[in-house]
Design a protein around this ligand. Sequence first.
Ligand code: AOF
Ligand code: ZN
Length: 362
Amino acid sequence: MERKFMERAVWIARRGAGWTNPNPMVGAVIVKEGEIIGEGWHEKIGGLHAERNALKNCKKDPRGADLYVTLEPCCHYGKTPPCTDAIIRSGIKRVYIGCLDPNPKVAGKGAEILKDNEIEVMTGIMEKECRELNDVFFYYIQHDMPYVALKYAMTMDGKIATRTGESKWITGDEARRHTHRLRHRYAAIMAGIGTIISDDPMLNVRLENGNNPVRIICDSRLRIPETAKVVETAKEIPTIIAICSGDLQKIRRLEQAGCSVWNLPEEKGHVSLKAVLRELRKQEIDSVLVEGGGILNEALVKSGCVNYVHTYIAPKIIGGESAKTPVEGEGIGKLSEALILEHIKMKKIGEDVLLEGKVKKC
Ligand code: AOF
Ligand code: ZN
């Protein structure tokens, strides 16, 4: 029974994907005499928390009811007042919590306050699922850095383009539509200048109800063409160009076009990715989807900042030793140095396959 209601709470929490960042996705279900009398989720950053939405949607008096919530109720004043106050006032008698909130302002205190007010509290219900729901939020809070995921599409022989550089399209329509859903979930999307010059991508979300991530272009020497689509649409979609040096006039023109130009330290001839990520953190960007070429991907892998990899594999063979691969650079000499992925998931999308997993942290 407990599982059934918490499963429902996890399910509805996911509706907030792409809208709540940098807040977590949270779902809440209120149950009385075995019946769901109200449910809600955290719909949007700045909006009501899941518990308050569930209470608002109650079709019966919640006094004496049970609350199932995927994350520990907050007990602090943020953009909204504490959920613990609303729960206590509602007369709810029992609270089932999926996992504790890692936010130091909450971190167990929310559960304690409920207990101090004669509410029975059970923690760790479907803890693994509730915790995984918010991998991004946990990482962002605990490491004070954005969560980074690589995304690329390759052929069955591991190429991201032909030897002449043709890369449109490696995968089929369905997989490409899927990447838009992926983009929607992340707060930012990152590409290298090589990708901008060769493909001139929009890096936006082309879905009916989609949220565009902030765009970040790593462009150490400010080579970006002023006619690039990302520049021309910078007034509609926030666009950041991370550079180490560049012509001041060009910077001014790009800024007039709506871009933000960040002048950051250099590392091994490129803009320091750690510096880029630290700046993004300051802007409260909790997650970055990297749609880079092999050079940017390699630099990120080497920096140790990658948390997740989404790989779309197309049933095609391209061949050619000069055809580009997803991670270029020098590579490693020993297999023991490889980046290892775990919690692997696999899904067929149209004729393609999405293979994804978390980077194992040593
Ligand atoms: C909950 N229920 O649905 C969410 C919680 O600025 P605020 O007011 O939106 O607060 C954000 C913090 O509240 C966030 O960092 C996390 O600790 C918690 N999120 N808590 O009880 C919710 N979204
Ligand atoms: Zn709250």
